[in-house]
Design a protein around this ligand. Structure first.
Ligand SMILES: [Zn+2]
Ligand SMILES: [Zn+2]
Length: 147
């Protein structure tokens, strides 16, 4: 009698098992967003003429705090890592394996790529642009690949 009474709760534990595993695999990985210092450039789209702001890596001041920029090819969400992360944080591939983009849920192992210039035309979605070399420092929020 008492052995039977213990059964239901044991079944419940088994039922919860796969869900917990799913969670551990990183499907719900939360990435930290942080403000980073970059250079902001005003450019003009060749295709449709829209002017927009894009971002490039700020020069490092010798402390390894400057950030390299990355984008998700599925949704153009911005990601970054510091130069220090690159040296001491292990390979990028090992960081993003099994991790989904917080915006479009694409697999970052497939969609993440490093960019010299972050930003696409808000008018037509193209990357065909011209700009001046004028740049000013700006602070923007981006997902941290190493946190
Ligand atoms: Zn994405
Ligand atoms: Zn355009």
């Amino acid at each position: 009698m008492s052995a039977d009474a213990g059964r239901p709760s044991r079944c419940l534990l088994v039922a919860l098992g796969p869900a917990r595993l799913h969670f551990a695999l990183g499907h719900f990985t939360r990435m930290t967003r942080r403000d980073i210092r970059v250079l902001q450039k005003r450019v003009r789209c060749f295709k449709c003429g829209t002017e927009f702001d894009g971002y490039t890596e700020a020069p490092d001041e010798g402390f390894g705090y400057a950030h390299q920029l990355f984008e998700c090819s599925g949704c153009h969400t911005l990601f970054s890592r510091s130069i220090e992360d690159e040296h001491y944080g292990g390979s990028l591939q090992s960081r993003i394996v099994g991790v989904s983009c917080p915006t479009c849920a694409g697999a970052l192992a497939d969609t993440l790529h490093k960019v010299e210039f972050a930003g696409v035309c808000p008018g037509c979605g193209q990357r065909d642009y011209a700009g001046t070399d004028e740049a000013r420092e700006a602070v923007i929020s981006s997902y941290q690949l190493y946190e």
